[in-house]
Design a protein around this ligand. Structure first.
Ligand SMILES: [Zn+2]
Length: 275
């Protein structure tokens, strides 16, 4: 992407959740992943829901929305959900949900699509009344058909209220000048990465292709993935491209340093945390 306007960007932290460490690391043995990240006494690890706010003086675009706030006490306890949500994170930088012109989500699992809606009384309504929602058409079809190994992740209350405000995309596409989506299949068939031209260079947000900095190895993927081998292939192609292009990587669930440069050696990719 060249000769396009750049965007000011802000990393937003839309709230933490706790998920089973084994599920987050798929086939990687606990003896290996627990050396990198220590689980709690219920084997859970802390994950953030990172989002990116993009502003160019004319348009305001949000990438990802986290879990939102439509959760029962029981679900909050089960997932260890922090009460904070994306509306709080936006408010801290002086942005109201009404200001958002467009939302792009990588996929529609609950920890990505939950923030697209909020409760008005008992009724879920769109959180961002002036925004359309950009998602791959494949992801929308799969979400509505419940095509997932998980039964509780594509939830009607996250999907139905936004059904009339979608911009469905097929494959790679420039969404705004300087903002592109790229297919990133594996975690879901319709997952997309988002690439953004900013004053700091191009940012790449690959969604659950690499949730935390501990998922850098080709085989370090989630047990939640629909196609783990596809994840490995997508990761190889995208990370090589990120290295070649010098893009910055922004991680969706990393609770610590979420922005990294990547470098490649004969032993694989390495993250440089000076970004
Ligand atoms: Zn997911």
């Amino acid at each position: 992407m060249t000769d396009t306007p750049t965007w000011d960007w802000t990393l937003l932290r839309a709230g933490t959740l706790l998920l089973d460490g084994g599920s987050m690391f798929g086939i990687v043995p606990k003896t290996m992943w627990s050396q990198r990240i220590e689980p709690d006494d219920r084997n859970r690890i802390t994950l953030q829901t990172n989002c990116v706010l993009l502003r160019n003086g004319n348009r305001t675009v949000l990438v990802e929305t986290g879990c939102g706030d439509k959760w029962t006490d029981k679900a909050r306890a089960m997932y260890g959900l922090e009460s904070r949500c994306v509306i709080d994170a936006l408010g801290e930088v002086g942005v109201s949900p009404d200001d958002i012109d467009r939302v792009i989500v990588t996929h529609l699992h609950f920890d990505h699509a939950g923030g697209l809606t909020r409760l008005n009384g008992d009724t879920p309504v769109p959180t961002f009344p002036n925004a359309d929602i950009v998602v791959q058409a494949q992801e929308w079809r799969d979400a509505n058909a419940g095509r997932s190994t998980m039964t509780g992740t594509y939830l009607r209350e996250h999907l139905d209220p936004i059904a009339d405000r979608l911009t469905l995309v097929d494959g790679a596409q420039e969404i705004e000048p300087g903002i592109c989506v790229l297919p990133a299949p594996g975690h879901t068939w319709g997952q997309q990465a988002v690439c953004m031209d900013t004053a700091d260079g191009t940012l790449c947000f690959p969604g659950d292709l690499m949730p935390t900095m501990h998922h850098l190895g080709a085989a370090w993927s989630c047990g939640y993935d629909m196609e783990p081998y596809q994840t490995k292939c997508t990761k190889t192609a995208l990370f090589d491209r990120i290295c070649d292009q010098g893009w910055l990587l922004v991680l969706d669930h990393e609770p610590g340093q979420a922005v990294h440069r990547l470098t490649r050696t004969e032993r694989g990719w390495f993250a440089l945390s000076d970004a």
